[in-house]
Design a protein around this ligand. Structure first.
Ligand code: DAT
Ligand code: MG
Length: 138
């Protein structure tokens, strides 16, 4: 199977809590290769494109506001089945019930807000990865 790439975002909560190194270390320790890395402030245009699939949902505006609330770290990681592998490392969307051992399960919690602050984003398919890499690493 040929190698593939995924887009990882460390969200503003992860950066603000000083967890960038911890999160990147977990992905590297798994064996995936860091291809690109940068710290950025997301633009409205980037977030509208990135989260287009969620437009109209109750958590959409809280999600966009949250993602604009501070700097994020964007990364491209590479490796066989990295899209699936990173989603497994990240854990389930809700940090309360994400499995211990995962990024969200170990480092995240519910803060009683309209959006789940869950530390990381990872592409969910090869098509999403290509699209999202184009948004953050144009
Ligand atoms: P994931 O990031 O696990 O792929 P998603 O794409 O369904 O999850 O949603 C994008 C983000 O939106 C998610 O990381 C956290 C937030 N979110 C999703 N569903 C939510 C909900 N029901 N309530 C609050 N926030 C939610
Ligand atoms: Mg998603």
């Amino acid at each position: 199977m040929s190698t593939e790439r995924t887009l990882v975002l460390i969200k503003p909560d992860g950066v603000a809590r000083g967890l960038t190194g911890n999160i990147l270390a977990r992905i590297e320790a798994k064996g995936y290769v860091l291809v690109e890395l940068k710290k950025v402030n997301a633009t409205t245009e980037q977030l509208a494109a990135h989260y287009a699939e969620h437009e109209g949902k109750p958590f959409y505006q809280p999600l966009v506001d949250f993602m604009s609330s501070g700097p994020i770290v964007a990364a491209i990681f590479e490796g066989q089945r990295v899209i699936e592998g990173f989603r497994s490392l990240a854990g389930a969307t809700e940090p309360t019930t994400a499995a211990p051992g995962t990024i969200r399960g170990d480092l995240g919690r519910d803060w009683g807000e309209k959006v789940q602050k869950n530390l990381v984003h990872g592409s969910d398919s090869a098509e999403s990865a290509e699209r999202e890499i184009g948004i953050w690493f144009a």
